[in-house]
Design a protein around this ligand. Structure first.
Ligand SMILES: [Zn+2]
Length: 132
């Protein structure tokens, strides 16, 4: 579970991917886990989008003829991952606060806004006490 990890921990995880070529599942989880950090700065947001786009390009590079993914595309994902990792590392031990209210599927878990509010459009299981 990568959600709830600090920026530095995600930076480590991104760089560790270097040792797991063509691990699309790991990239997918990292894409999702780093998405909320994109709101921290325009630079991180851009690096996160670049990483996400490179990940998708790599995923769709699978060729049944060669029986694998493009090494070039993987290289591009890793370049984007290292750039994103460097920016996340600079953030330090920052975590994205996530909503701990109950939802129908368990804990809501969505990233909170800067003002600590959850913008979930799916509602919360305790919304009966949410009468502001
Ligand atoms: Zn919530």
């Amino acid at each position: 579970m990568l959600k709830g990890k600090s920026a530095v921990e995600l930076a480590d995880a991104l760089e560790t991917m270097e040792s797991f070529p063509h691990n699309t599942g790991g990239l997918s989880m990292l894409d999702e886990a780093t998405l909320a950090f994109g709101g921290k700065s325009a630079e991180i947001g851009e690096a996160q989008r670049t990483f996400s786009q490179a990940r998708h390009a790599h995923k769709s590079s699978y060729s049944s003829a060669s029986g694998g993914y493009s090494d070039d595309q993987w290289h591009q994902v890793m370049q984007a991952a290292h750039r994103l990792a460097a920016l996340l590392r600079a953030l330090g031990d920052v975590r994205i606060a996530r909503c701990s209210r109950p939802a129908s599927w368990g804990e809501c878990g969505l990233p909170l806004d800067e003002d600590g509010q959850c913008r979930s459009s799916l509602g919360h299981a305790d919304s009966s006490i949410d009468t502001r």
